[in-house]
Design a binder for this molecule. Structure first.
Ligand SMILES: Cc1cc2nc3c(=O)[nH]c(=O)nc-3n(C[C@H](O)[C@H](O)[C@H](O)COP(=O)(O)OP(=O)(O)OC[C@H]3O[C@@H](n4cnc5c(N)ncnc54)[C@H](O)[C@@H]3O)c2cc1C
Length: 435
C-alpha cells in the first residue's frame, strides 16, 4: 500500500481558509480578552456577541465540531484531517471554541455520542455541540488521580435515583459548566475497572458544592478554573447513568484516548509558533558583530527544534491515521500513550529555546512564550502523568516478545557462533559428499 503524504487539494483549501481566518478573526479575540474572559464562559455577553458570527462562518463551511464523525452526529472528516486542522487551532486559545472542538467538551461530547441514550443526547449532547453550554469531566479525586484504584466517590441506588457522595479534584471549567460527567464507584466490592460507572450530574444539583476553585501557577488563590468539588447526598434520576453500570473505566478510555491525541495535535501548532518566533527574532537581533542566526548554538537550536517538530508531527499524524483505520482506542493505546509522553517534551525543548533566544523579552509578560511554556508541565500531568503512559507503552511493547528459551539471550554471540559453525559445517560436509 502506498504511503501518501499529500493533502487533497480540496482539504488544503479548507486548511488555508482556517489559517487565514484564525490569524485575522480569532487571534484578535485572544489579544482583546487576554485571558480575562474564558472561551468557556457562555454567560459573557461581549464574548458571545463577538464569537457567535465567527462560529456561524465555521458552520457555513462545514468545519464545526469536526472531532465527531457523521456516524456520531458530527461533521468530522476523520482524525488525520482533524490533526491538520488542530495544528492551526492550537495557536489560539479561542480557536477551538470558535470551531466547536474545545477540550474538555469535545471528549464529553464523544462519550455522549458513543454511550448516551436518545434523551441524554437531546438534553446534553445537542446543546453542547451547538456551543450553547459548557461541560465538566470529573474523575480525579483529591487523594489520587493516576490510580483509579483509590477512588471513593460513590453512587448508590435509592429507588429511581442515584445518590452521589464524595469529592472530585481539578474538575476543569466547572464554574462555566451546565453539567458534569462524573466517574463514580457503583460497586465497591469489585475492582475499579468493573465497579465504576459514569453518571450525568447537573452543575446546579442540590448537595454539590465548590470547596475551592484551584488555579494554575501564579493565578490568584481561589480564582482558578479547576474545581475541588464535594458531593453530599446529590440525587439524580436513575436514567442519568451513561452506558452500562460498571462500564465507567471503559468509557473513560474512550474519552481520554481522543482527548490525549487532540492535545498532541494542538501542541504541534504551539511548537511551530514558538519556532516561527525564534526564527524571526534571531534574524532581527545582532550581538558581538553578527546576527543571532549566525551563532552556531542558535543554529543548532533551530535545527533541533525543526527536527523535533517534524518527528512529533509525523508521530501524531500516524497515530491519527491509526485511529481512522483501526477505530478502536484500546487496540492502539501504545501509540496514543506515545504521543501523550512526547507532547510535554516537545514543548519543554522547543518553547524553551525560543524563549531563551529572546533573552529578557522572552521571559517577560510582553511575549506569550512563558505562558506557552507552562503548557509543558500541564501536558505532562493532565489526562494522566507521563510515567503512567510510559508504563502502558512498555507493557504493550513487551507483549510482542518471548523470554529466551535457554540460559543465555538469543543474541548471545558464543551460542550463535556455535550454531552457525554447526550449520555451515553440515552444509560443507553435504557439498563435499556430492563431489
Ligand atoms: C490543567 C489540568 C487540568 C485537569 N483537568 C481535569 C479534569 O477536567 N477532570 C479530572 O478528572 N482531572 C483533571 N486533571 C487531573 C489530572 O487528570 C491528574 O492530575 C492526573 O491524573 C494525575 O493525578 P494527580 O494529580 O493526583 O497526581 P498523582 O496521582 O499523585 O501523581 C503524582 C506524580 O506521581 C508520579 N506517578 C504517578 N503514578 C505513577 C506510576 N504508576 N509510576 C511512576 N510514577 C508515577 C508521576 O510523576 C505523577 O506526576 C487535570 C490536571 C491538570 C494539570
Amino acid at each position: 500500500m502506498p504511503i501518501d503524504f499529500e493533502v487533497e487539494p480540496e482539504f488544503q483549501e479548507r486548511l488555508d481558509w482556517i489559517d487565514g481566518f484564525v490569524r485575522e478573526e480569532v487571534e484578535p479575540l485572544d489579544l482583546y480578552f487576554r485571558g480575562e474572559v474564558s472561551p468557556f464562559d457562555k454567560s459573557n455577553e461581549t464574548a458571545r456577541t463577538l464569537i457567535a458570527p465567527l462560529q456561524q462562518q465555521v458552520r457555513d463551511r462545514d468545519l464545526w465540531a469536526c472531532h465527531l464523525g457523521p456516524e456520531l452526529g458530527g461533521h468530522g472528516y476523520g482524525q488525520v484531517r482533524l490533526a491538520l486542522m488542530n495544528e492551526i487551532l492550537g495557536r489560539s486559545p479561542f480557536a477551538p471554541s470558535v470551531f466547536g472542538c474545545q477540550a474538555p467538551d469535545s471528549g464529553n461530547a464523544e462519550i455522549l455520542a458513543h454511550y448516551g441514550t436518545d434523551e441524554q443526547k437531546a438534553h446534553y449532547l445537542q446543546p453542547l455541540l451547538d456551543g450553547q453550554i459548557s461541560s465538566t469531566y470529573a474523575m480525579t479525586e483529591p487523594q489520587g488521580g493516576s490510580d483509579p484504584g483509590v477512588f471513593t466517590c460513590r453512587a448508590r441506588r435509592d429507588g429511581g435515583e442515584w445518590v452521589v457522595d464524595g469529592e472530585k479534584w481539578f474538575a476543569s471549567n466547572y464554574r462555566y459548566a451546565s453539567f458534569l460527567i462524573v466517574m463514580v464507584i457503583t460497586d465497591p466490592d469489585v475492582a475499579v475497572h468493573r465497579g465504576s460507572s459514569m453518571i450525568l450530574v447537573p452543575a446546579d444539583a442540590d448537595g454539590l458544592e465548590v470547596v475551592s476553585n484551584v488555579g494554575i501557577g501564579g493565578e490568584p488563590i481561589g480564582e482558578g478554573d479547576h474545581a475541588y468539588l464535594r458531593f453530599t447526598d446529590v440525587r439524580v434520576p436513575a436514567e442519568n447513568l451513561l452506558g452500562e453500570e460498571g462500564s465507567g473505566f471503559a468509557i473513560a478510555q474512550t474519552r481520554l484516548g481522543g482527548g490525549r491525541i487532540h492535545h498532541g495535535m494542538r501542541s504541534v501548532g504551539v511548537a511551530q509558533r514558538a519556532l516561527d518566533m525564534m526564527c524571526e527574532r534571531v534574524l532581527s537581533r545582532e550581538t558581538k558583530g553578527s546576527l543571532l542566526a549566525e551563532k552556531q548554538s542558535i543554529r543548532h537550536w533551530i535545527a533541533d527544534s525543526w527536527i523535533q517538530i517534524q518527528q512529533f508531527r509525523l508521530q501524531v499524524l500516524h497515530c491519527a491515521w491509526l485511529i481512522d483505520s483501526v477505530g478502536d482506542y484500546a487496540r492502539i493505546r501504545q501509540h496514543i500513550a506515545g504521543v501523550k509522553v512526547a507532547t510535554p517534551k516537545l514543548l519543554i525543548d522547543v518553547v524553551y529555546r525560543a524563549m531563551h533566544a529572546h533573552g529578557s523579552l522572552g521571559v517577560s509578560n510582553e511575549m506569550p512564550l512563558l505562558g506557552m511554556w507552562t503548557m509543558a508541565p500541564i501536558m505532562g500531568i493532565a489526562d494522566g502523568p507521563t510515567e503512567v503512559h510510559k508504563d502502558t507503552i512498555a507493557k504493550q511493547v513487551v507483549k510482542g516478545y518471548e523470554p529466551s528459551p535457554g540460559l543465555f539471550p538469543t543474541a548471545h554471540l558464543p551460542t550463535r557462533i556455535e550454531e552457525a559453525r554447526r550449520k555451515v559445517e553440515e552444509r560443507l560436509e553435504h557439498e563435499v559428499g556430492n563431489l
